[in-house]
Design a protein around this ligand. Sequence first.
Ligand code: USQ
Length: 380
Amino acid sequence: MKVLILGIDGYIGFPLALRLIDQGHEVYGADNFYTRKRSRKVNADSAIKIDSMNERIKKTGNKIKFYYGDVSNPKFIYDLIKNTMPDAIVHLGEQRSAPYSMISLDTANETLIKNIKSTMNIIYAVKDIKKDIHIVKLGSMGEYGTPNIDIPEGFFNIEYHGRSDYLPFPRMGQSWYHMSKVHDSYNLMLANKIWGLNISDVMQGVVYGTRTGEINKYNLNTRFDIDEIYGTVLNRFASQAILGIPLTVYGQGNQKRAFLSLEDSITCLNLILNNPPHNEYRVYNQFDEYYSLNYIAGAVAKNYKSLTGTDIEISHVDDPRIESQDHYYNPANENLKKIGYRRQRSLDDEIPVILSDLENNKKRLIKLKDSIMPKTKWNK
Ligand code: USQ
């Protein structure tokens, strides 16, 4: 398969590229290093050192063909698709931080406009150049919000005033970032309806971990963010444990979120690539299990204690976000299981590995300490 990965320099993009080259696929990638730049802009950095893209490519034996550019630029996307003519495009090239999108009007607009534009560029370029390309688009479980009913995969049967229909499940993003993904989903749905494009829209949960089989094999790290803007919750808790500071559970900690390991995330994307839809808009809820934030904090503290014998304090800081603190949560994830997904790495498999990788990077962690406490508030 010829696969074009947009956002190949990112946390998920790079390990996905390694998995695909390892399986013998032809891999093309594009990035404009926005995450590296934006992360420096908020005085943060990857807690685990990563190589430059040139170094990365060299270490894979030049198996990745890389294009530098911005996915929100239509000309760049049209040229890229014409030059590579891929079988599949994996779109991971969007601004991916909810807190970043909530800093100011500028960052809200930047997130909404660039994210939505990038997906529209892909839709039109695929329609105009090669209509059978499989578009794999990274969305978010956060698109659904936390409704007081079960969450299906994209669509559900509904009865209202005596009539029934099969409709998109309501989407209720809780940040401008999540709203940008909601808009993308509707745009992709429409593109499929009008032009019959082949689309897999992936509602991914919160990813954790430092490693995959190929990261180990090629000895090539992926980025790992721990700051209040780019770090995701479990990765942040693990770094806080290593720094000996209390874990920052936001609010009551009864908020529930869907999670999966980095290894499982890459496996799921790989399964999706191997099972292209035909003229279909297909939604996958991509996660392994859902947990409360208190459970996640407890799992990090428990693993830290069994590795070091030391207790870690769990603190409850004022929630900087506007989110339900205590709610029903029951999302489905049957579609990935139907195409063969089985969990490979559980929380307790992965947390000790993360803690040990972070211990080996403690000097870098100490330098990033000031970026940890939440400063970006939703209702500022
Ligand atoms: N949280 C804490 N303490 C922290 C950081 C976060 O309690 O130190 C809480 C947040 O309040 C939230 C939950 O943990 O309730 C998840 O926050 P997060 O920062 O780990 O994840 P989120 O902002 O939702 O976004 C991340 C990725 C995004 C992806 C999304 C999947 O950055 O790209 O789409 O996870 S999901 O959460 O399912 O929407």
